[in-house]
Design a protein around this ligand. Structure first.
Ligand code: UFG
Length: 334
């Protein structure tokens, strides 16, 4: 298929592009490079041994986006472009509503105008807020607790309404749990701007000596060791989930959790990282971070049943690949 990937230069996007190319699809990428670099796509081409058409387009620039659809016979879209930092979304909600909502609105309008009705949409486990039950099934209540999560939930609603209005639409909504790790080649990975907000990139920066120690946000939760439990999923598994979703699109909107179905506490992740990479991570326990759920992990059974997809890589792979990527970046090649 000829597939347009929005946000294809980003962390999830670059890994998804590799897997799409490996599966034989032809790619057109649009990205505004606000949180990514064009180099990542050069590395994607190197890993896959195939080339990608790249456009520097912001989804808020609808005319430019329409031009891309005019130039290519796009058959399906994987829509990953969006702002994703929870804390920033609380501070600057309008920035998030404008970018995520209007960008997706423009994309869907341009798709309709060009009669492209196949869409894989990047959502987030954030739409569940603080889950009332674990593992979390797709049918769990949606109660996002921050503007970022609200944008994803609103967009999910918009896609439902759109598909009700026209039965040509074939949409997969993918709710990611906690994507971590990097491509095993060490050539692509996550590149957080400034101090990382997320656990794994924070740990790798402590490991390399850029940060003195990891602050653990609370060890008095109602969990086995008191630290929060999350469903970490290797980014290559997540990327393969997009390929499976694309290849199983069917009429209507179908929503899937992408996770492993297994939770790890913060202490367990730190220990796994230390063992996988034979080094030690200094930690200190600090105050809880507002808005953190004690436990969140996926019930990924629906994705396995309907998409034939399941996460294969374990926590050691995640830790080793994250560390290889951090060292590669430090070497100045990343
Ligand atoms: N944590 C620390 N110290 C840190 C960073 C994180 O102790 O420096 C802890 C957090 O308290 C949490 C766990 O590590 O218990 C994971 O935190 P992350 O920030 O890595 O991930 P979150 O689960 O908070 O959020 C992630 C994404 C969101 C997404 C959500 C979906 O950042 O975008 O998963 O569940 F919406």
């Amino acid at each position: 298929m000829k597939v347009l990937v929005t946000g294809g230069a980003g962390y999830i996007g670059s890994h998804t592009c590799v897997e799409l190319l490996k599966a034989g699809h032809e790619l057109v990428v649009v990205d505004n490079f606000s949180n990514s670099r064009v180099d990542s796509l050069e590395q994607v081409e190197k890993i896959a041994g195939r080339s990608v058409r790249i456009y520097d387009v912001d989804l808020l620039e609808k005319e430019k986006l329409a031009q891309v659809f005019g130039e290519h016979s796009i058959e399906a879209v994987i829509h990953l472009a969006g702002f994703k930092a929870v804390g920033e979304s609380v501070e600057f909600p309008l920035k998030y509503y404008r970018n995520n909502l209007i960008g997706t609105l423009n994309l869907c309008e341009v798709m309709s105008e060009h009669e492209v009705y196949q869409l894989v949409f990047s959502s987030s486990a954030c739409v569940y807020g603080i889950p009332k039950q674990t593992p979390v099934p797709e049918t769990a209540n949606l109660q996002a607790i921050n503007p970022y999560g609200n944008t994803k939930r609103m967009l999910e609603d918009m896609l439902e309404d759109l598909s009700s209005s026209n039965e040509n639409w074939r949409v997969a909504v993918l709710r990611y749990f906690n994507p971590v790790g990097a491509h095993p080649s060490g050539l692509i990975g996550e590149e957080p701007k400034g101090t990382p907000n997320n656990l794994m990139p924070y740990i790798t920066q402590v490991a390399i000596g850029q940060l003195p120690r990891l602050s653990i946000f609370g060890d008095d939760y109602d969990t086995e060791d008191g630290t929060c439990v999350r469903d970490y999923i290797h980014v290559v598994d997540l990327a393969q989930g997009h390929v499976s979703a694309l290849e199983h699109l069917s009429t209507g909107v179908h929503t899937y959790n992408l996770g492993t179905g297994r939770g790890y506490s913060v202490y367990e992740v730190v220990k796994a990282f230390e063992e996988a990479n034979a080094l030690s991570i200094p930690v200190q326990v600090v105050e809880r971070r507002p808005g953190d759920a004690a436990v969140s992990y996926a019930d990924p059974a629906k994705a396995e049943r309907e998409l034939g997809w399941r996460a294969e890589k374990g926590i050691f792979d995640m830790c080793q690949d994250a560390w290889r990527w951090q060292k590669h970046r430090q070497g100045g090649n990343g």
